[in-house]
Ligand binder design. Structure first.
Ligand SMILES: *Cc1c(COP(=O)(O)O)cnc(C)c1O
Length: 349
């Protein structure tokens, strides 16, 4: 199979079984017709199964595999208030019988009741996670948020517990990226089976673990389909070297020779403004079109932006070509953004 080199390279890593895989890969005929040129397909990684799914389930399979192997009893993780990662970590910990401590960061200046309490936050509490907050250096202070989490881990260690911190800032191994090396294999096998010629893949690029993992996986299997990462947090000039660096680290973790060239890492920040977690007109269009042409929920922070990128690429690509959009999940976020979305729908825009 096309994915064999990938399976071999991943076989040495401990994996916690969390998701329902493989996720479907299917056409989006009505959205394609609306865009009016190339055909759009979707990889349904919003359907990874556990706790409303999303890309974090594949990533956590590797983190929690590592955590279980190291004898951890408590998982620690930090993220934005409406973090999907945090919600998935809380659910995965519950499923595996581990305690979970989540730290929520004031990354988006939104303080309404739904944002602070509904959506992912409601689920964090439901899954029984203990919750603390990081309010300093809001925005781009990844290292500070991780430092505060490490201090908590130290205190838990003194109390005799065995904490495992899921570090997402640069300078830590991008373990979660391995989940998307595996996803690349899944995609390759599916497109062979469906006899589908994919001309480009579009995916959200946040921490970059998903984007980097996909690129490494595809290149490892000798596949040259270009992957376009849609920036959701940082400008392209920052995101490109970040993702390329992550590719090198993922190759290093797997112990393979470098397979990714700098030119393989393509990023587009045309849908980022006005910034992380904030809507713009193409993002609003994508959110509504995904819902109304395909019955899909895409979220305001990540997947509506990447969907806007996929729609834009489909419009700019000749008919007969095929664009694969990777849906990375985030559905519960719409309830956190209830106020904004209600207002948008009422205004009829
Ligand atoms: C986290 C997240 C992303 C971005 O993934 P990274 O690996 O951080 O780049 C995209 N979509 C959704 C829904 C997410 O929760």
């Amino acid at each position: 199979m096309q994915s064999d080199p990938i399976s071999r390279a991943l076989s040495k890593f401990p994996v916690a079984t969390l998701g329902h895989l493989p996720t479907p890969l299917e056409p989006m005929p009505r959205l394609s017709e609306f865009c009016g040129s190339a055909s759009l397909y979707i990889k349904r990684d919003d359907c990874t199964g556990l706790a409303f799914g999303g890309n974090k389930i594949r990533q956590l399979s590797f983190y929690l595999g590592d955590a279980l192997q190291s004898g951890a009893d408590t998982i620690l993780i930090t993220g934005a208030t409406q973090s999907n990662y945090v919600r998935c970590a809380a659910a995965a910990s519950a499923k595996l019988g581990l305690e979970c401590h989540v730290q929520l960061e004031d990354r988006v200046p939104k303080y309404d009741h739904a944002y602070k309490n509904s959506g992912n936050v409601l689920l964090d509490h439901l899954f029984g996670a203990s919750v603390s907050y990081y309010t300093e250096g809001a925005g781009e202070d990844e290292a500070g948020a991780d430092r505060q989490l490490d201090e908590l881990a130290d205190r838990l260690r003194e109390e005799g517990r065995s904490p495992y911190v899921v570090h997402l800032s640069t300078g830590h191994k991008p373990v979660g990226g391995l989940g998307y090396v595996g996803a690349a294999g899944e995609i390759l096998d599916q497109i062979v089976e469906q006899q589908l010629d994919v001309d480009a893949i579009v995916v959200a690029s946040g921490s970059g673990h998903t984007h980097a993992g996909l690129v490494v996986g595809l290149k490892l299997a000798d596949c040259t389909i270009p992957v376009k990462g849609i920036c959701v947090r940082r400008a392209a000039a920052l995101q490109q070297p970040r993702v390329f660096g992550l590719c090198r680290e993922i190759e290093g973790m797997m112990g393979i020779d470098p397979v990714v060239d700098e030119s393989d890492v393509r990023v587009d920040d045309a849908f980022l403004a006005p910034g992380y977690g904030k809507l713009n007109p193409p993002t609003i269009e994508a959110l509504k079109c995904a819902a109304r042409y395909e019955g899909l929920v895409v979220d305001p922070v990540y997947t509506a932006k990447s969907m806007a990128g996929a729609m834009s690429l489909a419009r700019a690509t000749p008919a007969g070509k095929n664009i694969l959009y990777v849906h990375t999940g985030g559905g519960p976020g719409v309830f956190g953004y209830e106020n904004d979305l209600t207002e948008l729908l009422a205004s009829g825009t």
